[in-house]
Design a protein around this ligand. Structure first.
Ligand SMILES: [Fe+2]
Length: 508
């Protein structure tokens, strides 16, 4: 397959990576807040039950059967693999940002015998070195560690804590600051770092790849320090094509969207400032909110990746897109979960680590039309305080109507979500199951029914939640078209897993 590198003159080795190039700790002496964060959190633990989701763990969780209510659907056999930050503290240092913690894979096996769970930390270079030392050695995404040493490369600080993808026979733990990490989906043993091409060694491989109908995977990686956006296309058999573009005013970009012909990036105005990075700030604090830039939409034709088209939307912030598709008249339709500003990532997810919750900016499901012929962009909003949008994966890049998401409808005195919702994007109608105010709802993933007709949303919705009253993690299985009827089956276990981010289901 043809491989294109548009910026071959720009070295993309480990020093080109977004985190690697930051002179962390060159002069920084760490923040006294690191110790204070641990003290503040410990004070809040008895007052704020939701802190259970952010306590973190120090050791793997041995395999354990889950208690099962109801029956697992007969054609739903396989493994749900979820990822998230789980080691928030080591020694007397507690990380100051939710995104800092070392990644742990939670494995939920669906078999004729029922459900079984185990959890295992990814043995990244950083995890192994710091746990051997019994203390933090490096600064991280959002925390300056006292006495921390500079990182030799982005992957020296790779926590592999964000998501999982299974593609071309490999299972990868993903983190947007560095390389993907191979691991065994059965044993959860950690393998090495995935290198796509020699030129891309150490170049980030983000946490939200898209797998299209032809089985090919698209992804991107950002080198903030160099203002570079790398694109990866990996065929169903693992062949790789890449391209790299220079992007002015590089933003914090977490997700993107693909259509049959295009890639779409929404760039929120949370802009990387090289001077702040070189002054020793954390990666998080090297970003500046510049709403005057608006939300830029970068549209790339898959066959002309070196000819970017730019459009502009009102200023706002996002982590996640739902899906995108094109209508044959040059208009790309895209949906994403929008907030007015980036206060959640700048302040809110730091406060959580101190056991504090001061509210969140309102979220909405935004529907965007990007006219590639006129260059005009427009946007409409549906008010839903939601996150973790997922779709029927057979409709990636194609016209879809159904969006699944974790949503908050009742609770207000704690972070997170209390419902799982299916939103009909056209009609605005919702099908919703309320777990209740004392249950923190995580991402739920859709699995198509094997025996189905191929209609959208015909299948199962599977996801986890943390029951704060019983201090148990729950795993629920829904008929994805009948969420309001409640779970068909629900497993629970006598332990609480740290709240995580994203997962994937691998059918047996
Ligand atoms: Fe994400």
């Amino acid at each position: 397959m043809e491989r294109r590198l548009f910026c071959q003159s720009l070295a993309l080795g480990t020093t080109g990576s977004s985190l690697a190039a930051l002179p962390f700790a060159a002069h920084a002496d760490g923040s006294p807040e690191a110790g204070a964060t641990l003290g503040a959190f410990n004070q809040q633990r008895s007052r704020a039950p939701w802190t259970l989701g952010f306590e973190g763990l120090q050791a793997d969780l041995a395999p354990q059967p889950m208690q099962l209510r109801g029956k697992l659907p007969r054609d739903l056999r396989g493994t749900l693999l979820r990822n998230g930050p789980a080691q928030h503290s080591l020694g007397d240092v507690r990380y100051q940002h939710w995104f800092d913690g070392d990644g742990m894979i939670q494995q939920y096996r669906f078999s004729d015998q029922g459900l079984q769970h185990q959890g295992r930390f990814l043995r990244t270079q950083k995890f192994v070195a710091e746990n051997a030392a019994g203390r933090r050695l490096h600064h991280s995404f959002g925390t300056q560690v006292a006495g921390g040493s500079p990182m030799a490369s982005a992957d020296a600080g790779n926590v592999a804590n964000t998501s999982v993808v299974h593609h071309a026979g490999e299972t990868l733990a993903l983190w947007e600051g560095g390389s993907a990490t191979l691991f065994d989906a059965g044993t959860l043993e950690t393998g090495g770092l995935k290198t796509w091409t020699p030129e891309h060694a150490g170049m980030p491989f983000s946490a939200h790849p898209k797998i299209g109908a032809d089985g090919s995977l698209w992804n991107f990686g950002v080198s903030s320090m160099h203002g570079l956006l790398s694109i990866y296309q990996v065929s169903a058999r693992g062949q790789v094509r890449t391209a790299t573009l220079q992007v002015p005013d590089m933003a914090m970009v977490h997700d993107f969207a693909v259509t049959e012909q295009h890639l779409v990036f929404l760039l929120p105005p949370l802009i990387f400032d090289r001077d702040r990075a070189q002054a020793g700030n954390t990666f998080m604090n090297s970003h500046v909110w510049k709403p005057e830039l608006g939300m830029r939409a970068l549209v790339l034709h898959k066959d002309r990746l070196n000819q970017p088209q730019w459009m502009e939307l009102p200023s706002g912030f996002l982590f996640h897109t739902g899906n995108a598709w094109e209508d044959g008249k040059g208009v790309i339709h895209l949906d994403y979960v929008r907030s007015a500003d980036a206060s959640s990532v700048i302040q809110g997810f730091r406060a959580l680590m101190r056991g504090e919750f001061g509210g969140e900016p309102a979220h909405a499901v935004a529907r965007v039309e990007l006219d590639t012929r006129s260059g005009r962009a427009r946007q409409t909003l549906q008010a839903h305080h939601a996150e973790f949008p997922r779709i029927d994966p057979r409709f990636v890049g194609r016209r879809n109507k159904q969006l699944f998401m974790a949503e908050r409808v009742a609770v207000s005195n704690r972070p997170g979500f209390d419902c799982i919702t299916r939103l009909d994007l056209d009609s605005g109608k919702v099908d919703r199951y309320r777990y209740g105010a004392d249950v923190m709802v995580e991402e739920h993933v859709f699995i198509p029914a094997r025996s189905g007709s191929g209609k959208e949303a015909e299948g199962w919705l599977v996801g986890t939640a943390l029951d704060l009253r019983s201090r148990r993690t729950l795993l629920s299985v829904f008929d994805a078209r009948l969420l309001a009827q409640g779970p068909l089956a629900q497993g629970s276990m006598d332990r609480a897993v740290p709240l995580g981010f994203h997962g994937t289901f691998i059918l047996a």
